[in-house]
Design a binder for this molecule. Structure first.
Ligand SMILES: C[S@@+](CC[C@H](N)C(=O)[O-])C[C@H]1O[C@@H](n2cnc3c(N)ncnc32)[C@H](O)[C@@H]1O
Length: 207
């Protein structure tokens, strides 16, 4: 992966494609826009569902794309991006510094060991992560319980993962292909139909 500053934009080159973040763009237009319009639509669908205040943990945040956009668009949140991959986290930290975001930070961790207190989050995002864990299917209930455990009562867990079409058309090769049926144990999930093709998106509000 290489990072370049070109004129007024950051460009990140990654195996998954090229992404660009524009400076000086108003919040309503969206900042840090990935070039890929489908990924942008997915992110917007996720951000729309996210709380507007309180602590929001983005578990498996990768390079922190969703985290930084969330922090920018919802300035009353305290966003914590968590990922086991320090190299990816360092990209998120650069974005935070570059864009002077005071309500976003990144730390090393995982679903099993997020490094934040239970019942401390108004929101938890876990987007395109569960399908990236080897042999996750028998562990799904345990992983979901760990994510829910981070929420205060009334908090919201937002989950997305690649659908069968995304895997086929994007040429992505996640270790596990999940479907909504794999989450049948969560009866009160709300499936968001605004998410573009290639992903499933749902949320669960903690009672
Ligand atoms: C495809 S990326 C998703 C990045 C970001 N959430 C998004 O929606 O664009 C998958 C990420 O999950 C992370 N990951 C893999 N296993 C994990 C685990 N057990 N807990 C948390 N994150 C994990 C990887 O390091 C990687 O950054």
């Amino acid at each position: 992966m290489s990072i370049q500053e070109v004129n007024n934009a950051w460009i990140y080159l990654d195996k998954g494609g090229t992404m660009i973040w524009q400076k000086g763009v108003s919040a309503s237009q969206g900042v840090f826009q990935p070039i890929h319009w489908v990924a942008l639509s997915r992110m917007q669908a996720e951000l729309r569902l996210a709380p507007y205040e309180g602590r929001v943990a983005d578990i498996g945040c990768g390079h922190g794309i969703v985290s930084v956009n969330l922090a920018w668009k919802k300035p009353r949140t305290e966003v914590i991006g968590i990922d086991p991959d320090e190299t990816r986290l360092s990209i998120g930290r650069q974005l935070v510094e570059e864009h002077h975001l005071r309500n976003c930070k990144f730390q090393k961790g995982s679903i099993d060991e997020p490094g934040i207190e239970p019942k401390s989050c108004t929101g938890v995002l876990c987007t395109e992560v569960l399908d990236h864990i080897e042999n996750v299917k028998p562990m799904l209930e345990d992983k979901m319980a760990k994510l829910m455990n981070l929420l205060v009562d009334g908090g919201r867990l937002i989950v997305s993962f690649l659908d069968e079409r995304g895997v086929a058309e994007m040429g992505a090769k996640p270790p596990v292909i999940l479907s909504l049926d794999d989450f049948a144990f969560i009866e009160d999930k709300v499936i968001d139909r605004n998410c573009p093709r290639w992903w499933y998106l749902f949320y669960v509000d903690k009672k």
